[in-house]
Design a protein around this ligand. Structure first.
Ligand code: WQD
Length: 337
């Protein structure tokens, strides 16, 4: 089976491509390289010994996208492409709506035009907003508080409407919690542009001596140690969830939704202490004020994915930090080194 992977040079996509190729799928990557490197595609080819067809293209170029569909003949699509920084989305919402929504619209129109009706969509736990309770189940209320999260929810709503109008679609909405870590080879990993917004890549750069000190955004939350609690999931566990979702779509389930998380919450200080063990260094941190928009606690109830996909996360925070550190220390400048 031939799968189009949009945003296929990115962090989660590159790890998913490894598992797709290892599972015998043919992979075609479309990526505009705005926030990723073609080197990640080459590394995946090296890791698997298999070829990837790569198009440096943008979903905003509707005709070019159709030409790729015409040329390739896809059996399904995994749609990762999109801008994903919460803070940035508040500064440039129009760019987020254009890139994420218009890009997705062009993709969906091409899929319909060429009768490609199997789609795995990269959604996010951010669609749950500030949950009343945890762990979070898929039937919890949905609400968003920033343009990035709004694009994820809007796309989910578009896909629900499309499915309601045409049951020949098979769609899996995968709601990621906090993906971290790297492939155990240390050859592919997270490579954010500039100063990382997210905790783990920031901690990794402090451990590498590229940044001075970790800022802990608040220790006055109603959590065991006062710092924010999140459901960190190994990016390879997440990648394997996509393989299971693709297999599920072959059974014609219609539109299905799954949380991809471990079901375990770790605090900011837990992450720092586990990263210290992984890198063998004491890491400097200071407590600062809360980051606007942050919630205290967020972690998944992953029971539905276990029951319906036969998938569950295997790895804990120790391995996530070990693998993240191996990537950081092997490639201090990410794909630029
Ligand atoms: C984790 C915890 C922070 C940085 C975001 C997106 C979400 C998803 C994953 C795409 C929080 C604390 C962070 C730092 C800190 N992305 N923190 N110092 O905010 O849970 O989720 O990334 O889908 O949509 O919202 O992840 O890594 O930014 O924060 O103390 O320098 O670490 O307060 O408690 P978050 P994060």
């Amino acid at each position: 089976m031939k799968i189009l992977v949009t945003g296929g040079a990115g962090f989660i996509a590159s790890h998913t491509n490894v598992e797709l190729l290892n599972a015998g799928y043919e992979v075609v990557v479309l990526d505009n390289l705005l926030n990723s490197s073609p080197e990640s595609v080459r590394r995946v080819e090296k890791l698997t010994g298999k070829k990837i067809t790569f198009y440096q293209e943008d979903l905003l170029h509707e005709e070019a996208v159709c030409k790729i569909f015409e040329a390739e003949g896809f059996d399904g699509v995994i749609h990762f492409a999109g801008r994903k920084a919460v803070g940035e989305s508040c500064q440039i919402p129009l760019a987020y709506f254009d890139n994420n929504i218009t890009g997705t619209l062009n993709l969906l129109k091409a899929m319909e035009r060429y009768d490609v009706k199997k789609l795995v969509f990269s959604s996010s736990a951010t669609v749950y907003g500030q949950p009343e309770t945890v762990p979070i189940r898929e039937d919890f209320p949905l609400s968003v508080s920033n343009p990035y999260g709004r694009t994820k929810l809007m796309i989910e709503d578009m896909l629900r409407d499309i499915y309601q109008s045409d049951h020949s679609w098979d769609i899996a909405l995968l709601r990621y919690f906090n993906p971290i870590g790297a492939h155990e080879s240390g050859e592919i990993g997270e490579d954010p542009n500039g100063i990382p917004n997210n905790l783990l890549p920031y901690v990794a750069k402090v451990a590498a001596g590229q940044l001075e000190c970790i800022q802990v955004f608040g220790n006055d939350y109603d959590t065991p140690d006062g710092t924010g609690v999140r459901d960190y999931i190994h990016v390879v566990d997440l990648a394997l969830g996509h393989i299971k979702a693709l297999e599920k779509l072959n059974t014609h389930p219609g539109l299905v939704t799954y949380n991809l998380g471990t079901g375990v919450g770790y605090s900011v200080l837990d992450v720092i202490h586990n990263f210290e063990k992984a890198c063998g260094k004491k890491l400097p941190y200071r407590i600062t004020g809360r980051r606007p928009g942050d919630i205290a606690t967020c972690y998944a109830d992953p029971a539905k994915a276990k029951k319906e996909l036969g998938w569950e996360a295997r790895w804990g925070i120790e391995k996530m930090c070990q693998d993240a550190w191996r990537w950081q220390s092997n490639h201090p400048n990410g794909y630029r080194s």
